[in-house]
Design a protein around this ligand. Sequence first.
Ligand SMILES: [Zn+2]
Length: 196
Amino acid sequence: MHFTMNLPGLEEFNMMKKETVGSTYYIHVEKERKAHRCPACGERTNRVHDYHIQKIQHLKMFERTSYLFYRKRRYACSCGKKFPEKTRVVDRYQRHTVEWNQALGLRTIQGKNFKDTADQFHTSPSTAMRRFDRLAAPMIQEVKELPEVIAIDEYKGDTDHGKYQVLFISHIAHQLHTPLFMSSLNFDTNYSTIWL
Ligand SMILES: [Zn+2]
């Protein structure tokens, strides 16, 4: 007995069973068996080699942390190749769904801080930070020339690099407050080196 799921991001699955344990929601899912093209020789096959259960964290549902128990099929080709069935829900070797990763990425940008965001996603702050770093990496560019005015702001964060961070921002306002910790900074003449 199963029914097709109409939950966002999980349309490709059949739901076999669902259960609530405390504040956690577990959904047991499978895909329809269908012919796949062999990645080695290109022939089509729907011969099942085996199954294994993959536990994947998904977005919260009904305010509950939810996990999928995905009974993932492996197909066998007549050429001898064995390969997993295709899915868009989870990338290879990941323990979270693609949708979960995307939602967490958005929250790390919009959320209050990494700790709060991580709590909401029932994950660790370091996972939230790694997600943020991956999103931010392509946006960071090396600066060839520093602007004339630099604004500096310190704030209490909680990253891999320590509890406090300092921001350096190009600033063209007329008035700048002198931050108290300025005395602990040394600039050389062209601002190219800063010691903290
Ligand atoms: Zn093959």
